[in-house]
Design a protein around this ligand. Structure first.
Ligand SMILES: NC(=O)c1ccc[n+]([C@@H]2O[C@H](COP(=O)([O-])OP(=O)(O)OC[C@H]3O[C@@H](n4cnc5c(N)ncnc54)[C@H](OP(=O)(O)O)[C@@H]3O)[C@@H](O)[C@H]2O)c1
Length: 319
């Protein structure tokens, strides 16, 4: 085998249903050999690795590897390590995953806006009482990270009538969304935000960003009576001790978290028992093997026919 013809796929995703993934890949491309690590009888045949948190050193053992596909949209499980061969890293971009994330973000925005937690408590107490609820048009949502996921959530939330703005690292405005850029415009973005939604990747720049100094800069004069934090990006971007302190001091009036500094979240975390906090176990946008395996195989076939790989990550930027 030469470097340009290795075509087998290896799948390595500890804790995931790798049998389901390999079955879907085989169904999409019955001619192509598919191995599930660590059972790889012919390492030289492997051209593509489909991975989630692959074991240290493993990817370097495939001499003819041509591309690494992350099975999740986030690539922090790959970029913060130095044992990867110098081949392109491709991340998941797929309408199925995007749709799931937009559902979760919209659900959380509505839970806080429509005060569902308070109504849950009233229902348990058999209490009939109306609570004041502002119009969507009076609520300012700020989305950190206007990438594939942030843009889709922004479009749906705009359609629901919220005032939606977004914040991104690079230049260029996103159509239909008031766009703020980089560190220079972060404070202005925070100052007009009642509900902060983070869909940021975890990078050197975003680590620990969602902390008390940032919460203090959010709008405190808004229609909800205080700001709300929603994070489905990465837990490494948040400081949980600060989130708890901010909720205690009403610097934040609510939070929805799908991601955590350490996963699974420790049973001793004070976040579990708070009435003002909604927790989900990193399920906002599940990687469903059926649509994703099909899309990856389609991309591999196009690549082998001469097309460039798409959705490759910039290793220097870290996403
Ligand atoms: N909880 C879940 O189930 C789940 C599922 C999938 C993904 N995720 C998370 O969601 C993240 C976003 O996914 P995506 O597909 O939308 O990624 P993406 O398309 O790469 O978008 C990332 C966005 O973040 C912005 N950004 C990155 N670093 C920044 C910085 N330092 N300052 C300001 N903005 C910054 C980028 O700015 P530019 O536009 O200027 O590049 C871009 O708008 C993933 O990285 C992953 O961590 C979570």
């Amino acid at each position: 085998l030469t470097q340009t013809s290795a075509s087998a796929i290896v799948i390595s995703a500890e804790g995931w249903d790798t049998e389901a993934w390999s079955a879907r890949v085989r169904a999409a491309d019955p001619q192509r050999p598919v191995f599930v690590a660590p059972d790889v009888p012919d390492r030289a045949a492997v051209g593509y690795a489909l991975v989630w948190k692959p074991p240290a050193g493993m990817l370097a053992t495939f001499p003819n590897l041509r591309a690494i596909f992350s099975l999740g949209a986030g690539v922090d499980h790959l970029v913060f390590r130095d044992d990867l061969p110098a081949v392109p890293i491709v991340r998941v971009v797929n309408p199925d995953l995007t749709q799931r994330m937009t559902e979760w973000v919209t659900l959380q925005v509505l839970m806080h806006h429509r005060r569902q937690r308070a109504y849950d408590a009233q229902q348990r107490a058999r209490r009939w009482r109306e609570l004041e609820t502002p119009a969507a048009a009076d609520i300012r949502i700020g989305i950190m990270g206007l990438g594939v996921l942030g843009r889709d959530a922004a479009a749906v939330l705009s359609r629901l009538g919220y005032q939606v703005a977004g914040w991104r690292r690079g230049q260029g405005d996103v159509a239909g969304v008031r766009t703020y850029h980089g560190e220079a415009e972060l404070d202005a973005f925070l100052g007009r935000t009642d509900i902060l939604v983070s869909l940021l990747p975890l990078t050197a720049e975003t680590r620990g960003l969602l902390a008390m100094p940032l919460f203090e800069k959010l709008a405190h004069d808004g229609a909800l009576g205080g700001p709300v934090l929603i994070n489905a990006g990465r837990g490494g971007s948040q400081v949980e001790a600060d989130i708890v302190a901010a909720l205690e001091s009403r610097t934040l009036i609510g939070a929805s978290l799908d991601v955590f500094e350490q996963e699974p979240l420790d049973a001793a975390s004070p976040l579990w028992s708070r009435e003002d906090t909604i927790l989900t176990p990193h399920v906002a946008a599940w990687s469903d093997p059926a649509p994703l395996a099909e899309a990856i195989v389609t991309q591999i076939k196009a690549f082998e026919a001469g097309a460039p790989l798409t959705n490759t990550i910039d290793r220097a930027a870290g996403y």
